[in-house]
Design a protein around this ligand. Structure first.
Ligand SMILES: [Zn+2]
Length: 384
């Protein structure tokens, strides 16, 4: 087993240098990966997003048979806008055995380890293929997972399991909450504030919708039962409110953005249907004041929860390699929920700490890179 992480670091240096914030193109980064894979004559498939500014990539190494293992990671990162960094976030910088840069832990560190493992994968006598999957738009609601799944299922033999290398400090995470992003737009009617009887206030009518979030949050908390999640209940909040143009004008528009993170035994549909029912009631109330009033509801994010599996193949393999037998469920979303919903046995296990993700001075430690590298080496051995 090698604890030399120089190769992984040289790849990571390139990956961090591409500023692949979710609203930017990632094509330079994918072209780098293509050139890298070409050196080893690896077969891969590239697919675009709907705008044509981003690419996803899937490579396969090993026999062209079903039952392989997908190693999955997203290529996009969150912005650095407004953050104070001690060094250039787009330049991998070492200080005290830590490697700083945007995406180092979430999750270009794992991507670098996947790519650095390619020479070993090529020379190993794999009995099952390893599929390396690189997605886009994970940080904006896991929007790139659906095209990735289509590409996987269209162009490659079906793998049996997926390891999503999000930062877990190499512990085996078997469950996470589902996530919903909702935008509610209330369209009322403007009037002078001295004549509210001539308008329909979008802000006033938003109140029962805002109140719903608070009361659902309190109810979820009050009825919580102990489980492996922190907190142990679903969470519901309005994150932003925008509305009104002046203090003396009845506001004709109010926009709410909501965030719901629900336990695996609940469904996105139930949450959306309950809330949608209330938006209809509010719309009816607004129309008694203004016939053309309306309330629009848009689901902007919908990430399925990841359920702990009963004797899951991915969990079994990851536990065998890491020796981690603790129960780990997390409250953030990953692409794992989508993979599991598509029929793959799935775990989340990767280097780095989620505590470092999305923050200024994001870093991954050399120890975590070593542990991640050792994990992939053991995985390769297990697949031979
Ligand atoms: Zn991530």
């Amino acid at each position: 087993m090698s604890d030399d992480i120089q190769h992984a670091l040289s790849v990571l240096k390139h990956l961090v240098g591409f500023a692949t914030v979710s609203d930017q193109s990632n094509i330079d980064l994918i072209e780098f990966i293509m050139a890298y894979l070409d050196e080893y004559q690896i077969k891969y498939h590239v697919f675009p997003d709907s705008s044509g500014t981003k690419l996803g990539l899937i490579a396969q190494i090993g026999p062209d048979v079903e039952g392989g293992v997908v190693l999955s990671g997203h290529t996009d990162v969150v912005p650095v806008t407004g953050q104070s960094w001690s060094s250039d976030p787009w330049k991998l910088t070492e200080r005290d055995d830590r490697y700083y840069g945007r995406g180092t832990c979430d999750m270009k560190g794992f991507l670098a380890l996947m790519l650095a493992a390619v020479p070993q994968l090529v020379s190993a006598s794999l009995t099952r293929p390893v599929q390396l999957a690189f997605s886009f738009d994970e940080e904006v609601g896991c929007l790139g997972t659906a095209p990735l799944l289509t590409a996987l299922e269209t162009h490659f033999p079906k793998a049996s399991m997926v390891i999503v290398g999000e930062p877990t400090l190499m512990s085996v995470v078997t469950g996470h909450k589902g996530g919903l992003g909702l935008v509610t737009r209330l369209h009322g009617k403007a009037a002078h504030s001295s004549r509210p009887d001539l308008g329909a206030s979008a802000i006033s009518h938003a109140m029962p919708l805002i109140q719903w979030h608070s009361s659902r949050q309190q109810a979820a908390c009050a009825t919580a039962t102990p489980n492996d999640f922190t907190p142990s209940y679903s969470t519901v909040q309005v994150g932003t409110i925008k509305g009104g143009v002046a203090l003396n004008t009845v506001p004709d528009l109010c926009v709410l953005e909501s965030d719901i993170r629900f336990l695996p035994n609940e469904t996105a549909e139930d949450w959306v249907n309950e809330y949608r029912g209330l938006t209809r009631t509010v719309e009816d109330a607004m129309r008694t004041e203004y016939g053309d009033a309306r309330v629009e509801l848009v689901v902007t994010e919908n990430v399925p929860a990841m359920h702990p599996e009963t004797s899951g193949e991915a969990e079994g393999l990851a536990r065998q390699i890491t020796g981690d037998n603790s129960d780990n469920c997390v409250s953030y979303q990953t692409e794992a929920g989508h993979f599991q919903a598509a029929g793959y046995s799935t775990v989340v296990c990767g280097p780095g700490s989620i505590e470092r993700a999305h923050k200024p001075d994001e870093f991954i430690s050399s120890d975590q890179l070593r542990q991640g590298q050792a994990f992939l080496e053991c995985l390769i051995t297990a697949l031979c």
